[in-house]
Design a protein around this ligand. Structure first.
Ligand SMILES: [Zn+2]
Ligand SMILES: [Zn+2]
Length: 310
């Protein structure tokens, strides 16, 4: 049985109880004894999270229900990759040697960008966008494909499983603390624990906590002409003034972090050598602190701690 088989055909060929299994999105093929997935992997329109296959859209999105996100006043909305492919496209832009950004236009979900980092030992996709389509896959293949995927935190998991499958089931590195937020479990998701995880070619994940307990940044030592780049995602978040960054529990709902947590984030970033910082949004300070980023992070943390001192 293939995933393309219709629900009607599927139910006809299966014994009693199949409907219940089908409703859960999983069923066993009588002939092959293999698990076949039925239903649609819906995406939440507000945060872009893709969920495990289901017959009907899920009842709610736990990521948007969380106090760090929001359900819009019009209510929860769902879409599919198929629909997204007809209304949106990705642009892939060179940022510096060995680094490309991937942006979806018009904005979808939270509106973040992803990055492709090229290394002689295979490429890494940092963070993720909801849209993946034929032209995107073709261009990324021209750039060397994707060997590994790492995503800063649950707001950007989106359709990570589709990206992995399009590139030979590339492993997806996620910190163990974020396991409850994976809405579409898959064998490609590799949970790791501890403070750091070495990836290929000197790239390293560092778990900082803060915005999420298992929040991770990616250190790219060869970035910025060898001075080092920090792939930060949402934290430290570049402000409208790119000479400032910030640290928040929730950006849309303006919930700050406390002093010990900010100190922890700064301490865990301290051992890393970097001069440049790339953020998740092109719209904030053009998404980059081009130089002296480590000083910017330290100075911004100091002024934040001063501001919240009681
Ligand atoms: Zn959502
Ligand atoms: Zn976030």
């Amino acid at each position: 049985m293939t995933p393309k088989r219709s629900r009607r055909t599927f139910l006809k060929g299966c014994s009693t109880g199949a409907a219940a299994l089908a409703a859960a999105g999983l069923a066993k093929s009588a002939e092959a004894g293999k698990e076949a997935i039925v239903g649609t992997p819906y995406l939440c329109s507000t945060c872009g999270s893709q969920f495990a296959e289901s017959e009907k859209p899920p009842a709610n999105c736990p990521i948007c229900d969380d106090e760090r996100q929001y359900v819009p006043p019009e209510g929860q909305r769902w879409t599919t990759l198929e629909a997204l492919r007809s209304t949106h496209r990705n642009t892939i832009k060179a940022e510096e040697p060995g680094l490309y950004s991937i942006n979806t236009e018009p904005k979808f979900g939270i509106g973040q960008r992803a990055f492709l980092i090229q290394t002689p030992k295979g490429n890494i996709l940092w963070d993720c966008v909801g849209l993946i389509d034929g032209p995107t896959i073709a261009r990324v293949k021209e750039l060397g494909g994707i060997a590994e995927i790492a995503i800063s935190h649950p707001h950007y998991y989106t359709s990570m499983v589709e990206w992995s499958r399009a590139f030979g089931d590339a492993p997806i590195h996620i910190h163990e603390a974020e396991r409850p937020w994976v809405m579409r479990p898959d064998p490609a998701v590799r949970f790791w624990s501890g403070r750091t995880l070495e990836l290929r070619d000197g790239l390293k994940l560092v778990s900082t906590g803060g915005h999420f307990t298992g929040y991770q940044v990616l250190h790219w030592p060869k970035g910025a002409d060898g001075r080092g780049a920090l792939m930060a995602g949402d934290q430290p978040q570049i402000c409208m003034d790119p000479k400032q960054v910030t640290f928040m529990y929730s950006y849309p709902n303006y919930i700050p972090l406390n002093a010990p947590t900010i100190r922890q984030v700064v301490e865990r970033l301290e051992p890393l050598a970097y001069d440049r910082l790339y953020g998740a949004f092109f719209t904030r300070g053009k998404g980059i602190v081009p130089s002296k980023a480590k000083e910017v992070v330290q100075r911004s943390a100091d002024r934040y701690l001063k501001a919240i001192r009681g």
